[in-house]
Write a protein that binds this ligand. Structure first.
Ligand SMILES: [Zn+2]
Length: 50
């Protein structure tokens, strides 16, 4: 019996929502996602969605 391959591949490809942020520290604008966003330029957490 070859009953392999009954894997439940339920890959819910969630919509990855990339949002636009702006750093209040250095003024850098960048795209980021997730909850903890830091500026890629200066690593500051002082960022806001734009
Ligand atoms: Zn910055």
């Amino acid at each position: 019996m070859c009953s392999v391959g009954d894997t439940d591949f339920e890959f819910d490809i969630e919509k990855i929502e990339v949002e636009r942020y702006k750093c209040n520290n250095c003024g850098n604008k960048f795209d980021a996602m997730g909850e903890k966003v830091v500026c890629p330029s200066c690593q500051a957490e002082n960022v806001v969605k734009v």
